[in-house]
Design a protein around this ligand. Structure first.
Ligand SMILES: CC(C)(COP(=O)(O)OP(=O)(O)OC[C@H]1O[C@@H](n2cnc3c(N)ncnc32)[C@H](O)[C@@H]1OP(=O)(O)O)[C@@H](O)C(=O)NCCC(=O)NCCS
Length: 133
């Protein structure tokens, strides 16, 4: 397995299987658009397939937000998710705020990585979940 920080050379065929459990997920081509549009990305690749990814939106001077993190189910529990977050945070040392908003059940995962629980508030435009255009 290798880690990479660029999505420029990826093809959609390398990005299948993500957004598990989402009712109306983006497809591989949509995920590729998301990865390329993010300010930062860390990928885990095995046998030329992406098996995990983490994205970041940041101003590069003060704030950073980690909106997406996922490891394919068959590769979970191998430390890959932790490594993706560690590598992302390592590149954001200059930022004061590094924020994640997640389901309550995932908070312990982020606590193990040194993040502190805090309340959040979100809005979801569900008609945009599938990334229609
Ligand atoms: C959350 C996720 C990325 C973790 O990836 P992973 O590669 O399985 O995680 P790791 O193997 O690095 O696990 C590290 C530790 O966190 C724990 N952990 C992993 N997933 C967890 C979860 N969903 N909730 C709570 N703890 C979790 C592991 O048990 C492990 O604990 P240990 O160090 O005591 O053994 C993965 O479960 C996933 O893709 N989930 C679906 C998408 C999701 O919830 N993403 C987060 C959105 S903000």
């Amino acid at each position: 397995m290798i880690f990479s920080t660029g999505a420029a050379n990826l093809d959609p065929e390398q990005l299948t299987g993500f957004f598990v459990g989402w009712p109306n997920p983006p497809g591989p081509a949509g995920l590729l658009r998301i990865l390329r549009a993010a300010d930062r990305v860390v990928l885990a690749l095995e046998a030329d397939r992406v098996i995990g990814f983490c994205t970041c939106i940041t101003d590069e001077i003060y704030t950073a937000y980690i909106p997406l993190l996922e490891v394919l189910p068959e590769h979970q529990g191998r430390g890959i998710g932790s490594e993706l977050v560690k590598r992302m945070i390592a590149g954001l040392k200059r930022c004061y705020m590094i924020d994640v908003c997640c389901d309550p059940g995932v908070v312990p995962f982020y606590e193990k990585l040194g993040l502190t629980p805090m309340a959040g508030a979100v809005r979801r435009n569900y008609d945009r979940q599938s990334l229609p255009d």
